[in-house]
Design a protein around this ligand. Structure first.
Ligand code: GRF
Length: 200
C-alpha cells in the first residue's frame, strides 16, 4: 500500500514511520509522497534527504478549499491508499475528508477526548492530569475527533515540566503510529459507531 504523509514541521513521527518501514517493523507499505503546507518544514528536507518524493503545497494566502484540492490532486497523482497526518497543522476541509473515506489517520499528543487542539501536552500538564499519552485516530470533519484506533498512556511525574512530559509522550507516539498503520493496513478491523474493533 502507498502512504502519503502530510506534515508542517519537524517530522519526527514521519521519520519514525520511515525507519520502521526500512527496518521491516512496518511491512506491506511504502511512503509514496511527503507533502508539506510549509516550504521550509524541516520534515520536508528530511524527506528529500531520504530520497523520498517531497512536495511543498504552500498554503499562505490561499483559500482552504483550493489549497486542499491541490493536495488531494497530488495524493491522487501518487495513487495514495492511506493519508498520514504527522504534525500537519491545518484542519482538513470536508471535501478532503470525503475524498479518502476511513483512509486518513492523525496522531494527537493527548488521551482524547481530553485536550484536543494546540499544545495538548501543556494542557494536560497544567490541568494536573496524572496520566497523559497519545491517540491515533481516523480523521473526520471535526478537529481531533474521529474514531480512535489506539492510545498509549504515560505517567505524569511530580518531577516533570511540560517539556519532559511532551518528550515521554513523543517516544510513545513514535511507536503508536506505526502500530496503528499496520493494523489499519491489515484490514482486520471493523467500526461499530465510534468503536474501532479488531476482527479476524
Ligand atoms: C506531534 O506531537 C503530534 O502528536 C502532533 O504534532 C506533533 C508533530 O511532531 N500532531 P513531529 O513533527 O512529528 O515531530
Amino acid at each position: 500500500k502507498r502512504l502519503g504523509i502530510l506534515l508542517s514541521g519537524r517530522g519526527s513521527n514521519f521519520l519514525a514511520i520511515a525507519k520502521n518501514i526500512r527496518e521491516g517493523k512496518l511491512s506491506g507499505c511504502e511512503i509514496a509522497v511527503v507533502i508539506s503546507n510549509k516550504t521550509d518544514a524541516p520534515g520536508l528536507a528530511s524527506a528529500q534527504e531520504l530520497g523520498l518524493k517531497a512536495v511543498a503545497v504552500e498554503a499562505k494566502g490561499r483559500k482552504r478549499a483550493e489549497h486542499d484540492a491541490e493536495i488531494v490532486a497530488t495524493l491522487r497523482e501518487h495513487d495514495i491508499d492511506l493519508v498520514i497526518l504527522a504534525g500537519y497543522m491545518r484542519l482538513l476541509s470536508p471535501d478532503f475528508v470525503r475524498a479518502f473515506p476511513n483512509a486518513i489517520l492523525n496522531i494527537h499528543p493527548s488521551l482524547l477526548p481530553a485536550f484536543p487542539g494546540l499544545d495538548a501536552q501543556t494542557q494536560a500538564f497544567d490541568y494536573g492530569a496524572k496520566v497523559a499519552g497519545c491517540t491515533v485516530h481516523f480523521v473526520d470533519e471535526e478537529l481531533d475527533h474521529g474514531v480512535i484506533i489506539l492510545q498509549k498512556v504515560v505517567p505524569v511525574l511530580d518531577t516533570d515540566d511540560a517539556h519532559a512530559l511532551a518528550e515521554r509522550i513523543l517516544e510513545q507516539e513514535h511507536i503508536a503510529y506505526s502500530e496503528a498503520i499496520g493494523r489499519v493496513l491489515s484490514g482486520r478491523y471493523r467500526i461499530d459507531g465510534r468503536r474501532y474493533l479488531s476482527a479476524g
